[in-house]
Ligand binder design. Structure first.
Ligand code: ATP
Length: 510
């Protein structure tokens, strides 16, 4: 754990040192849980958004994208349930005066028991070697079964309390589990209270309550209220989807873990409208499709897992999270929900407008059912960035820090490096830069020894370094160094564009 904590600190400091992410308003000592993306972070973030947009909108003929406003009519948040129910249960420790989410305390407790299971598995795997079968072990080993039973019981009690909005029961569960405040180490807890996560503001000069606006806590509602606009203007036929990328705001109680939990963040959401009765098939489809999207990045499958929800929101009839193993453990990266016809029905009711679809094949009108896929841009950034960051020991005993980002997401695709700053090499390098810069983000660097320049590019994830040396002037070839293998190959300048094109392909999800 200590190692993981150190590694996470390294992630945060690397992100700052190389211009990926800065604390917001830093010269004023920062603003809690708000961050700014720097020059390289913005490139990486834009590339992540583009990767998602392509996979969802460009590769699917029946999905279109919109960009709705952050401000929306206040009734929308009544209809969606956010005014009354977008709450987190919070609890304070009277000794440390720190505030926690009751559900997070319980999840953390469960994670500790899961850790014990993993330790048992690791021990057994060592003992049995190749013959070890995890599946069989976890379903037969007495100690593991006992731990699992504990987890199931906690989850069941937790779900019961949440479904019944039983806040006293939730507190009792925390007491029964002996959960202590990690700071004070005591069990001196306050009662559990509900806390609404929406930021409120006022519009125009009217100050009466009815003009309270909310900064949207999710982008999804902008899609629902435009359902008919898009369906009619785009002549969309069910099943079809509407995608959107945009900012969302939540007054998170416990905002920590860097960009994992922010108060201002970005979401990539897609609402897929289907015939009633077919939603569970489509839920399965999107559950699988979205995991494939993650895996296409080349991150190992064991870093991801599904977490099917036991406690379903009142509007959902199926829900799962795709969790990622962040440096602080497995946590939600994306949610996939079967939301029934809840949202469109509620907006019909609150707006008085019929939000229906006429299905010409069935010759009937209905309110479509919805499957939602919802993923945080910032969490995706953190997943990709933290997985990519490595310290490596090289064969000669030296070390390097390398950011092995998927090439298509890397801020710079290549660096153009004249070996020395004389003999006409900078001019030649600039010529190459000019011929490629309209197609690729490139960085030109002529400062310091070539080895140091390679290290700088490794640290920011540039997949290729293109070095111009004295031979280049004679043979019109350059040395291309691969970031991950550090292998170098000689390539004619005229083939560089094709080389980059072939090696920096957009990732395809099929
Ligand atoms: P959590 O349980 O972690 O608070 P959630 O279940 O409230 O998340 P959703 O409402 O399903 O999250 O939002 C969809 C996605 O938006 C999440 O999977 C996550 O990637 C992202 N997200 C939600 N809240 C935040 C936040 N405060 N900061 C960054 N990303 C967030």
């Amino acid at each position: 754990m200590a190692n993981q904590e150190d590694f996470f600190k390294k992630v945060v400091s690397h992100a700052k040192e190389y211009g990926f992410i800065f604390p917001s308003s830093e010269i004023y000592d920062g603003l809690a849980a708000v961050y700014d993306y720097g020059q390289l972070g913005t490139e990486l973030k834009n590339n992540i958004k583009q990767y998602w947009w392509r996979a969802m909108v460009q590769y699917h003929e029946n999905i279109v994208g919109i960009d709705s406003a952050i401000f929306m009519h206040p009734k929308i948040w009544k209809a969606s349930g956010h005014v009354d129910a977008f709450n987190d249960p919070l609890i304070d420790n009277k000794d440390s005066k720190k505030r926690y989410r009751a559900d997070v305390l319980i999840e953390d407790h469960i994670a500790k028991i899961e850790d014990k299971i993993n330790k048992e598995c690791a021990k057994a795997a060592k003992r049995f070697g190749d013959a070890f079968n995890r599946e069989q072990f976890v379903t037969t080993n007495a100690r593991v079964l006992e731990h699992q039973k504990q987890i199931d019981e906690i989850r069941e009690k937790y779900a019961e309390c949440m479904n019944a909005n039983d806040l006293a029961g939730l507190k009792q569960l925390i007491l029964d589990l002996g959960i202590v405040d990690p700071i004070s180490g005591t069990r001196n807890w306050t009662d559990v209270r509900q806390f609404n996560l929406m930021f409120a503001t006022k519009m125009g000069s009217v100050i009466d309550d009815s003009d309270t606006l909310y900064l949207r806590p999710e982008t999804a509602q902008g899609i629902f209220v435009n359902f008919l606009n898009v369906q009619k203007s785009g002549r969309m036929k069910i099943p079809f989807g509407i995608a959107q990328i945009g900012k969302a705001f939540r007054n998170e109680i416990v905002a920590r873990q860097f960009i994992f939990r922010m108060r201002e963040f970005e979401q990539m959401e897609m609402q897929f409208f289907v015939r009633p009765g077919t939603e569970l098939e489509w839920f399965k489809h999107w559950k699988e499709e979205r995991l494939r999207w993650h895996l296409a990045l080349g991150i190992p499958a064991e870093k991801y897992r599904y977490h099917d929800h036991e406690k379903l929101a009142h509007y959902a009839n199926a829900a799962t999270d795709i969790e990622f193993e962040f440096p602080f453990g497995f946590k939600e990266l994306e949610g996939i929900h079967s939301r029934t016809d809840f949202d469109l029905s509620r907006h019909s009711e609150f707006s008085g407008k019929k939000l229906q679809y006429f299905d010409s094949e069935l010759n009937e009108s209905y309110i479509p059912y919805v499957i939602e896929t919802s993923i945080g841009v910032d969490r995706t950034f953190l997943a990709i960035f933290s997985h990519a960051l490595k310290d490596e020991v090289l064969p000669d005993g030296s070390t390097r820090t390398v950011l092995s980002l998927p090439a298509v997401l890397a801020p710079y695709k290549a660096a153009i490096l004249p070996l020395v700053k004389k003999d006409g090499l900078p001019e030649k390098a600039r010529e190459i830069m000019d011929s490629l810069k309209y197609d690729y983000m490139l960085q030109y660097d002529e400062k310091d020894a070539i080895g140091r320049r390679y290290r700088r590019q490794d640290a920011i994830g540039t997949p290729y370094c293109i070095t111009v040396d004295n031979d280049t002037l004679n043979d019109n070839s350059v040395t291309v160094r691969d970031r991950d293998t550090m292998q170098q190959e000689r390539i004619p300048i005229e083939n560089l564009s094709l080389f980059l094109h072939q090696h920096i392909q957009p990732i395809k999800v099929d």
